[in-house]
Design a protein around this ligand. Structure first.
Ligand code: 8YV
Length: 321
């Protein structure tokens, strides 16, 4: 009988996922959910065949270089792979997979939550109720802006972007988007295509970032681009913090150029950005775009499907390197 492949699970995963892992693999779990340092990761990876990591593990060229030869595949529990240097993985001949599709609905839900929360000043209201400072009401109290009927600009009309558009249509929003390639008419569902971000911004009363982080998209939302948005626009980010020049965003939120921002992701995680957190006109969440039970199970199963395929001698469905 051949022995089961050895898998290093870098974090604590949902029960159902760990159960399947333990059934099919010889698994090294992390019951304390400790965040491993690069040295610890390398140490634990000795004689390991596969790693099941999250976006919290940073696979830099140095880390990848130091991985033992036994590691053949890194099956990420994430759709984003900006924590992985894919070129370095390719050079080492290590396969990398991700978990697309299964978290699109969950992330789109959070985008809508952020949109509403930012537009209707939900963060300010919530803080007020908790600290007991609500002591008056007037017609001008806590007045925000509507999203119904407004123009929504989406940067990155992939799986998540298209679902954000679909949900936003429920608020009668007019959808505009910019994407590397224009969608087929049937997928556009009436959304208006812009072939440059510069063209998209002036028609975006609400701007939603839904593209992956990469060298090309780093600081995509710069001061110059923020200036092209309509005055009083709302910015929503459920993708990655690295897409935004956070100091330019702080300036724009302070000046009122941007009315409010709803953010789930930050340049520095965990922790976020203290300057952003100090601003009243922000509605902030701690990177929980995919954090619901159904989605986290589905992400784990998708990562395991990729591992199963590899160890059965098939091409993993979600191979990115
Ligand atoms: C995940 C995400 O929770 O999948 C992604 O890219 O950003 C999140 O929704 C996280 O990455 C899990 O590793």
């Amino acid at each position: 009988m051949s022995s089961k492949p050895k898998v290093l699970a870098t974090r604590t995963f949902p029960d159902a996922v760990e159960k399947r892992l333990a059934q099919d693999y010889n698994v090294l779990l992390n019951p304390d959910d400790a965040l491993y340092s690069p040295d610890k990761l390398i140490e634990l990876a000795q004689e390991i065949d596969a790693i099941l990591p999250c976006h919290t593990e940073h696979f830099t060229p140095d880390v990848i270089q130091r991985l033992p030869d036994s590691v053949k595949i890194v099956a990420n529990f994430s759709v984003g792979v900006d924590h992985c240097d894919l070129e370095a993985f390719r050079k080492r001949g290590i396969i990398v997979t991700n978990t697309p599709d299964v978290l699109s609905d969950a992330t789109a839900e959070i985008a809508i939550l952020l949109m509403l929360g930012a537009a209707r000043r939900a963060g300010e209201g919530e803080r007020m109720m908790r600290d007991g400072s609500w002591c008056a009401w007037s017609p001008s109290f806590m007045v925000g802006s509507a999203i119904t009927g407004k123009r929504l600009g989406i940067i990155g009309m992939g799986r998540v972007g298209q679902i954000v558009a679909k949900r936003a249509r429920g608020f009668e929003m007019e959808i505009h988007y910019c994407n590397r390639t224009r969608l087929a008419e049937t997928n556009e569902q009436g959304a208006i295509y812009h072939d440059s971000i510069e063209d998209l911004l002036p028609v975006s009363d609400v701007l939603s970032l839904n593209c992956p982080a990469s060298k090309e998209t780093a600081n995509l939302l710069s001061a110059k681009r923020i200036a092209r948005l309509p005055d009083g626009a709302i910015i929503v980010n459920t993708a990655r913090g690295a897409l935004v020049d956070e100091s330019a965003l702080v300036d724009a939120l302070r000046s009122g150029k941007i009315a409010s921002a709803g953010l789930d992701v930050y340049c520095t995680e965990p922790g976020g950005n203290r300057e952003i957190a100090a601003l009243p006109n922000t509605f902030l969440l701690p990177h929980i775009g995919s954090a619901n039970e159904e989605t986290r199970d589905a992400m784990g199963f998708r990562a395991l499907d990729n591992l199963d395929a590899y160890f059965a001698g098939r091409e993993p469905k979600d191979r990115v390197a």
